[in-house]
Design a protein around this ligand. Structure first.
Ligand SMILES: Cc1ncc(C[n+]2csc(CCO)c2C)c(N)n1
Length: 222
């Protein structure tokens, strides 16, 4: 059992509220309203910008070159890869770069991203990576589960690009690497006395992910 599995088991209810959220279920069965998906995509663009800052903060909080390189890889993945992918996906959903730039951040986006940043500012690198981990590993778990449930039906599915991206080998590897790095950090920096604090951070981040999905469901009706 790695540290990620321990955190997940300790915050099981919060984790389930995130990875089994209605938004995810509706995305899987194709019943998710397109307006909800679009609202989510816009906020996810704003989310990724803040996430890039969190990786920059991880570089600042690093004491070893290996940790700094891991932070740099996370930042590069967003700036050189993830953002382009996201803007292209948004384009296929009729959202222009100008629309993305002009959108105001929703409270749920502010709450989640600033929570993660504060974990890093007020804590150490382990706190920051624990707060980041639900989002990196959770999307890999959700993508793989939905792709597995759909099988060949994925080819003809309204949300195939999103599911295919997170179920794909490249993202699954990103999540495995993040997990391994977290485990190495914990082996170096964690005491058992600290575990319950970290599990609380992990649970809070998972709840904020669930709120992010809920925002997607609620926004088009707001
Ligand atoms: C709300 C929300 N949570 C998690 C992710 C997944 N994710 C977080 S950072 C990143 C780039 C990986 O290097 C990816 C794919 C997301 N996009 N939006």
């Amino acid at each position: 059992m790695d540290i990620f599995d321990r955190l997940k088991a300790t915050a099981a209810a919060d984790w389930a509220s995130y990875v089994e959220h209605d938004f995810v279920r509706q995305m899987g069965d194709g019943s998710l309203p397109q307006a909800a998906f679009r609202a989510y995509l816009v906020q996810d663009y704003l989310f990724l910008i803040q996430f890039a800052r969190a990786y920059a903060l991880a570089a600042y909080k690093s004491r070893t070159l290996a940790d700094m390189r891991a932070a740099k890889a996370g930042l590069s993945a967003i700036l050189d890869l993830e953002m382009d992918l996201h803007v292209r996906l948004c384009g296929r959903w009729g959202l222009s770069p100008e629309q993305l730039e002009a959108a105001p951040e929703h409270q749920a986006t502010v709450a989640y991203t600033r929570f993660v940043l504060d974990c890093g500012v007020s804590g150490d690198l382990l706190d920051l990576h624990v707060a980041l981990s639900p989002c990196i590993v959770g999307y890999a778990e959700i993508g793989a589960r939905l792709a597995g449930e759909l099988g060949p039906a994925l080819d003809d599915h309204p949300y195939r690009d999103w599911i295919g991206e997170y179920a794909g080998q490249a993202y699954q590897q990103v999540a495995r690497d993040a997990r391994r790095h977290l485990d190495a950090l914990a082996a170096r920096a964690m005491t058992e006395a600290r575990f319950s604090e970290l599990a609380a951070l992990f649970g809070q981040a998972s709840k904020l992910e669930a709120d992010f999905w809920q925002m997607g469901l609620d926004m088009p009706r707001a």
